[in-house]
Design a protein around this ligand. Structure first.
Ligand code: ADP
Ligand code: MG
Length: 379
């Protein structure tokens, strides 16, 4: 397939360069893709800022990979626009988009050594051999694999292979890097170390990065901003802190972090839930039903006399599980609503309260989130 209309234009790098290595913004407008009657991307609008680390987060099947593949050029959308800087790329072939890509399964060539794998994009671009050798070694240094050039792929650990894939993605100095669940094949410890490494690498390179994961903690750890996808739409896009503290919809609150949801009712400007008057930063409705969201680590088990200025609930303890870093306490509020609390275990604190005991639970006003009941959609 021959892309049309781009033959006489300068390459992207030259467009973007303006002298220094300028990161490119990505502008997606009304991007749609359907398979038969099933809409997989539904008029997506997305602005990725230059140099930003933006994560597409969502459950399996929400359209993350499809959106990333459309940005990379491996998938032709049914409609919509994708611009890198000023340039429309939606009809441009993938290799002309000058993107660095990292996939979940590394997609390395097993029969080539590390250096030949990393140098592959440069050979494609007919770069001179001496220059290839220099840039391959520099890319390997960047991912902390200096001197590994002559190793065979099958002599490397999972984490090292993923770094080779990363070196291959950055060796031609792309302005945009796209990654689709690049760490999901690694075990937990290595994955958490690589999250920090990838984030640091992003800061050194200054590229615009779009990262796909279904792991909310990974998204919170790595991202400048997170776009939460739900059924081919962006339910929410914001910073990790804003999304966690003000999820804005039940879908986002359920998907990111743990939550207890409790019926609440607003009448005459006063909100009540589980038999208590509730104060929150904002009331989502003028009157009628809404939902209170309580995060387990924001709740306190109150001793007698504590709880001044907080929202307080009478409760009964229904269970307690020691989890090392925290004690997970389950309780039922006065109206029977189940809630979970995470209590710090340090310094001998947080002995498990006896099951069946009466308890008082407190939550600070600024940690009390109320949601309108138009479930699932963005604010
Ligand atoms: P995610 O990466 O968020 O898990 P995908 O983008 O891979 O989701 O897929 C989104 C939806 O599109 C899924 O329901 C998937 O089954 C469907 N889908 C993806 N590719 C195809 C295809 N080639 N043909 C039909 N349906 C597809
Ligand atoms: Mg996917």
């Amino acid at each position: 397939m021959r892309p049309t209309g781009d033959q006489e234009r300068p390459p992207l790098a030259a467009v973007a360069a303006g002298g220094a290595a300028t990161a490119l913004p990505i502008t997606v407008r009304r991007l749609s893709k359907a398979y038969g009657a099933v809409s997989v991307l539904d008029e997506i609008d997305l602005d990725v800022r230059p140099g930003e680390f933006l994560t597409l987060l969502g459950p399996s099947g929400s359209g993350k990979t499809t959106l990333l593949m459309a940005i990379a050029g491996f998938l032709r959308p049914d409609q919509g626009s994708i611009r890198f800087g000023e340039r429309e790329v939606v009809r441009l072939a993938p290799h002309k988009r000058e993107i660095g890509m990292v996939f979940q399964n590394y997609a390395l060539f097993p029969h080539m050594d590390v250096a030949r794998n990393v140098g592959f994009p440069l050979r494609l671009r007919r770069v001179a051999a001496a220059e290839i050798a220099r840039r391959v070694e520099a890319a390997l240094e960047t991912v902390q694999l200096g001197g590994f050039g002559s190793r065979r792929i099958d002599q490397l650990s999972g984490g090292q292979r993923q770094r080779v894939a990363l070196a291959r993605a950055i060796v031609f100095e792309p302005r945009i890097i796209l990654m689709d669940e690049p760490l999901s094949a690694l075990d937990k410890q290595l994955r958490e170390r690589m999250q920090i490494e990838l984030r640091q690498l992003h800061e050194r390179l200054g590229t615009t990065t779009v990262y796909v994961t279904h792991d909310q903690r990974e998204a919170l750890t790595m991202s400048d901003r997170i776009a939460v996808l739900n059924r081919g739409r962006i339910a929410r896009i914001d910073t990790p802190r804003a999304i966690y503290d003000e999820p804005g919809s039940r879908f986002v609150a359920e998907f990111i972090g743990e939550s207890s949801f409790i019926r609440a009712e607003v009448a005459d400007g006063v909100c009540r839930a589980a038999g208590s008057v509730i104060r929150a930063r904002l009331l989502p409705v003028a009157r009628g039903q809404c939902t209170m969201v309580l995060r387990p680590e924001r709740l306190h088990l109150l001793a007698a006399g504590e709880g001044e200025g907080m929202n307080c609930f009478d409760a009964r303890v229904t269970g307690a599980i020691y989890q090392g870093d925290t004690l997970l306490v389950q309780a039922a509020l006065g109206d029977g609503s189940p809630v979970a609390l995470r209590l710090a275990t340090r310094g001998g604190a947080a002995a498990a309260p006896p099951i069946g005991a009466a308890a008082r639970i407190g939550v600070a006003v600024e940690d009390t989130v109320l949601l309108a009941d138009d479930d699932g959609e963005a604010r």
